[in-house]
Write a protein that binds this ligand. Structure first.
Ligand code: AMP
Length: 381
């Protein structure tokens, strides 16, 4: 009996455990909170990621460890890796945790990124804004997610407000100033790399965000094949450079017909939730196969899929369940503003069938605005 340990007990851990059950796997999650949603049906340990006694018990009870949360302290991941196999490696985790290290690596690999500057002081920010210009985004280097730890500078007059908002974090988590990209699209490459180096990707996904949080994903993204090839090549180079094992997502902007890399997530990713019903092997199952050294499953897509995120609270599941191709995911969390509490995936054999299911579901749920950009894309030839 193999037990997979997961650091972090959120919905990603929950969906990993659900996908691992048919493989006969056992799981143990480690999470500091009392109400981690994976712990509703996965054995769990409640301990801080820095609690050595908790980590030691975790290490003793699992055969391999992985992450549902990328901001696990790198030193805890390293400590664990001395006792039990950890995938992705603590080094890959450390790079992906730090926007500066990540963008520097992308650049070294010949992957274009938005112009960026490391900011350690107010004087740095003044110099960088003068050199780079506005609009720009000031971001924390570490611990930012879902649009948190970001401040958008629209004019030069915003520098004071940006520093007031984030300057105090310059010493603790570091800051980076990025050029604001007026992108046409946001896409992600979901990729998996096995322990033996085998590399696969799912069809590219187009993503829409609301207030920095993913709102909807559509797969396959309709992009020129040259950009698809380039995006997959970027993901492969990153995976090989980091000797990466497991699933990761590479988020890219399409701007002026070019790709610019935004960031990578060293774990299964929200933009890949559609793979549960929309592909031969889901991102969750392939992540488990990769970290366990099992053969990878096919990433072939089945038709077309759209995932809608439920942020803050859940709408009624009935309109989704009433669709022949509708799938409902309730994470078992209490409602809270800005919190991901569930998602739905609509899958169909053709773009037209997906558009029609999406339109009726969006109307019935009172979420027409959320589905509108996806419908607009599906209406393009
Ligand atoms: P992040 O946490 O970096 O993924 O940012 C969350 C979202 O904010 C992205 O998915 C984009 O929609 C937006 N965003 C982040 N960085 C930029 C940028 N440099 N230019 C334009 N939009 C951005």
């Amino acid at each position: 009996m193999t037990t997979v340990g997961i650091l972090g007990g959120g919905q990603l851990a929950r969906m990993l455990a659900l996908s691992g059950a048919p493989l006969g796997l056992r799981f143990l999650v480690l999470d500091a909170t009392v109400d981690a949603c994976a712990a509703q049906f996965v054995p769990s340990l409640q301990a801080d990621y820095r609690d050595e006694a908790g980590l030691a018990e975790f290490a003793a009870r699992v055969d391999v460890a992985t992450f549902d949360f990328e901001n696990v302290p790198a030193e805890s991941a390293r400590w664990l890796a001395e006792r039990v196999p950890v995938f992705p490696s603590p080094r890959a985790l450390a790079v992906a945790q730090d926007r500066l290290a990540e963008k520097t690596l992308f650049r070294e690999l010949g992957i274009d990124v938005p112009e960026f500057t490391d900011i350690t002081s107010r004087a740095d920010l003044d110099r960088a804004v003068a050199a780079q210009g506005v609009p720009a985004i000031l971001k924390t280097r570490r611990l930012g997610y879902d649009g948190k730890g970001q401040f958008r500078l629209r004019t030069l007059a915003d520098v004071d407000a940006a520093w007031d908002a984030l300057g105090a974090q310059a010493a603790s988590v570091g800051l980076i100033l990025e050029a604001f990209i007026p992108f046409e699209r946001e896409v992600s490459v979901l990729a998996v790399r096995a322990r033996d180096g085998e590399f696969r990707t799912w069809p590219l996904t187009e993503n829409w965000h609301e207030s920095g949080i993913l709102s909807a994903s559509l797969a396959p993204a309709s992009l020129p094949s040259s950009l698809v090839v380039e995006a997959i090549g970027h993901a492969r180079r990153i995976a090989e450079a980091l000797d990466y094992v497991g699933v990761f997502a590479l988020e890219l902007f399409v701007s002026g017909g070019r790709l610019l890399a935004n960031e990578m997530a060293p774990r299964v990713h929200n933009s890949g939730h559609w793979t549960i019903e929309g592909s031969e092997t889901s991102q969750f199952e392939n992540h488990l196969r990769a970290v366990l050294g099992l053969p990878l499953g096919s990433t072939r897509m089945i038709g077309h899929a759209c995932m809608l995120n439920w942020i803050g609270d859940l709408p009624s599941p009935l309109p989704v369940l009433a669709e022949a191709c509708g799938h409902w995911h309730d994470y078992g969390k209490s409602a809270r503003a800005g919190r991901k509490v569930g998602h739905a995936t609509l899958r169909a054999d053709t773009r037209d069938a997906l558009a029609s299911a999406l339109r009726s579901t969006g109307d019935a749920l009172g979420r027409s605005a959320q589905v509108a950009p996806v419908l607009a894309r599906l209406a393009e030839s």
